[in-house]
Design a binder for this molecule. Structure first.
Ligand SMILES: Cc1cc2nc3c(=O)[nH]c(=O)nc-3n(C[C@H](O)[C@H](O)[C@H](O)COP(=O)(O)O)c2cc1C
Length: 332
């Protein structure tokens, strides 16, 4: 059975990619991921915000020392320097050196200039490609959707001009008109779109009436959203679609490929089970393909995309109209 697929112009030996997370920030786990048969990995994002926060904490710590003993400040001016992105860059380089599967770097910045600076630094690590981790959510009442999208386009334009490795864009589902945004992004050399990012959301403990931060892992229900957009966008964009969110089984992988994805990303299911779950997912994909008589992914990729099916409403239908027209509303 041939599970190979092309993503961002890179040949993967199968479509299951381990997404950016703590799992790809550690040598033991990335080795286990490779041994369990992942097609590629995305390194945990380089977050500019994290670097800013660490710098801020360090500055605060130094000024507290100064206030205790001004001698320290006089004798050690600027000797303790925050390493900035260096540690992350070293890690990405090391991961690339140690693994034989493709290694994709990931970036999320706050300032426009830093996006391009760090993109270039990540390219120098030898990473095979670069995933740009964007989110649309803004809590600023003064920003319009157009301003947020124009800023995204500008960042992508500058990065695409500067780097030569393939670029993928990881988007959130919160854009007003995703197909339109993607058509604007398609004017640049974008190799793929990762649909979608999953974000951390706070929760409230009802006993203490305080915010808590439990792990935020997906359930399989979450894969209906990327399924819809993989199906809608297949054939509409020349870039590859990489489905992500709620993909927990080999059949989920096959569903995404039927809809039009070139590959998929997993994270939650590996946290919920174990990294070895990758092997189970691959085996499930193979058994489903052999039961259906498919020998490779191209045999069924996009078979159930909007482009290939006769009912265009399958992907357009949003409201529960059809369900409500059934005799018994509880009869699902
Ligand atoms: C613990 C954890 C850490 C994550 N860290 C990152 C990250 O550094 N960068 C990023 O782009 N996405 C990050 N994500 C999102 C995942 O890469 C991925 O898009 C999403 O979790 C895929 O859906 P799934 O968890 O349902 O498989 C993280 C997710 C989790 C659960």
């Amino acid at each position: 059975m041939d599970l190979s697929t092309e993503y961002l112009g890179i040949l993967l030996n199968n479509p299951i990619i381990v997404g950016a997370s703590g799992l790809t920030a550690n040598m033991d786990t990335i080795k286990q991921i490779e041994a369990a048969g992942a097609g590629a990995i995305i390194i945990k994002s380089l977050f500019e915000e994290q670097i800013q926060l660490e710098r801020f904490k360090q500055d605060e710590h130094e000024s507290s020392l100064e206030s205790l003993d001004p001698e320290i400040a006089r004798n050690t001016p600027g000797t303790v320097r925050h390493a900035g992105a260096d540690e992350h860059l070293m890690w990405t380089r090391k991961a690339k050196e140690e693994l034989s599967i493709p290694v994709i770097a990931s970036l999320n910045c706050v300032n426009r200039k830093t996006w391009t600076d760090y993109a270039l630094k990540l390219q120098e690590t030898g990473a095979d490609a670069l995933e740009l981790n964007f989110h649309a959510e803004s809590q600023d009442i003064r920003s319009t959707a157009k301003e947020i999208e124009d800023e995204l386009i500008q960042i992508v334009k500058e990065i695409e001009k500067a780097v030569s490795i393939p670029i993928s864009i990881k988007l959130s589902p919160f854009y007003t008109n995703l197909p339109e945004l993607i058509s604007r992004l398609d004017k640049f050399k974008i190799g793929g779109y990762v649909l979608f990012n999953r974000f951390f959301h706070p929760d409230i403990d009802m006993e203490t009436e305080a915010h808590v931060t439990p792990p935020s892992f997906s359930n399989p229900d979450a894969n209906r959203l990327p399924l819809r957009y993989a199906g809608l966008l297949y054939g509409m964009t020349p870039a590859d679609i990489c489905a992500a969110s709620g993909i927990h089984s080999g059949k989920d992988v096959a569903k995404m490929i039927l809809a039009g994805a070139a590959c998929i990303q997993v994270v939650s299911v590996l946290y919920r089970n174990s990294i070895e779950h990758l092997t189970i997912m691959k085996d499930e994909l193979i058994s489903w393909m052999s039961a259906k008589g498919y020998r490779n992914l191209a045999d069924f990729k996009g078979k159930l995309s909007r482009q290939q099916i006769s009912d265009p409403w399958v992907y357009k239908r949003i409201q529960y109209v059809q369900m409500m027209m059934r005799g018994n509303p509880l009869d699902f």
